[in-house]
Design a protein around this ligand. Structure first.
Ligand code: SF4
Ligand code: SF4
Length: 289
């Protein structure tokens, strides 16, 4: 029997809640000598029902608007994660569009969790399609974070799910967004970054940035998805060049929504204006069918 599945069984029998980075890393160092990856953004779909004003994912959604991560691409990711002997503590599925529009959601989440390479799967959603999560999938999800916008009429369906899966659901009421920068904000680095990478994107790893970095890079005239300094093709040891010291110190940070120094400046917040323009797009109709 594999040590990891034995550990899961012991935890289940004793109802242990031990699942923090300390125990994971201790377990993996002792039994598997795995390399612990604290956090990874995992991008699955470009489409979203909304098209919010000041969506910080907008540029990535635009560039990947027909994208849906395939099961083959997940297998590829898990293959190289295994070959690299990585163990991911927190994997966040958050877009860049709406994860519950992703056709592979139920199979993909199951496959990721059953790989034994991921401790916690966290899903961030606008909550419009909670019905798309199969009951049996909830056991693979550590937490579902719902961004509740003023125009969303979903309290009924949230309450229904909370009755069954209450402690797994977290609701964040969002009335305002920070405005996405449209120009450079000089002398705002080094900064604390509100959305640091690494981020898995189809067959590449963006090393230092989450989705806001794509918009920042575009303003700065840099193609970080293909830039060999900023990203890496998926392969063995795909995170070997990840240097935490570079996060918040890049040139493009001066253009970025996730730069906390820019957030503190006098950039006005804007009201959340979800509109259903995107729902008219064929790719949303297609994935929702
Ligand atoms: S719900 Fe709005 S903020 Fe969230 S990904 Fe869609 S467009 Fe962006
Ligand atoms: S550009 Fe800088 S602030 Fe923006 S996501 Fe990347 S590291 Fe963070």
């Amino acid at each position: 029997m594999q040590w990891r599945s034995l550990w899961w069984k012991i935890k289940k029998i004793l109802k242990l809640k031990i699942d923090g980075p300390f125990f994971n890393s201790a377990f993996n160092i002792i039994f598997k000598r795995r390399k612990l990856v604290e956090h990874l953004y995992f991008e699955v779909i470009g489409a979203c029902q909304y098209n919010c004003t000041s969506c910080s994912h907008e540029e990535l959604r635009f560039q990947f608007r027909s994208f849906q991560l395939s099961i083959e691409e997940i297998k590829n990711f898990l293959h190289f994660t295994e070959k690299s002997n990585y163990h991911i503590h927190r994997l966040e599925i958050h877009g860049p569009g709406e994860p519950l529009l992703w056709k592979g959601f139920n199979d993909g989440v199951k496959m990721l969790k059953e790989s034994g390479r991921i401790s916690k799967i966290i899903v961030i959603t606008n909550g419009l399609l909670l019905k798309n999560i199969k009951d049996e999938t909830w056991k693979y999800i550590f937490q579902l974070r719902i961004s509740l916008y003023p125009m969303s009429d979903i309290l009924g369906s949230i309450k229904e799910k909370q009755k069954k899966f209450g402690r797994k659901i977290k609701v964040n009421k969002i009335d305002q967004f920070d405005r996405v920068p449209e120009e450079r904000h000089e002398n705002t680095t080094p900064c604390q970054c509100a959305c640091p990478g690494p981020m898995f994107l189809k067959d590449r790893i963006i090393l230092f940035c989450g989705p806001p970095g794509i918009h920042a890079a575009k303003l700065a005239g840099v193609d970080i998805i293909n830039d060999p300094e900023m990203s890496e093709a998926l392969g063995v040891n795909y995170l070997s060049r990840l240097d935490q010291n570079k996060i918040g110190k890049l040139k493009i940070c001066e253009y970025c929504w996730a730069n906390c120094n820019i957030k503190k400046e006098d950039i006005p917040v804007v009201s959340v204006k979800p509109n259903r323009v995107a729902a008219a797009n064929s790719e949303v109709k297609q994935v929702a069918s």
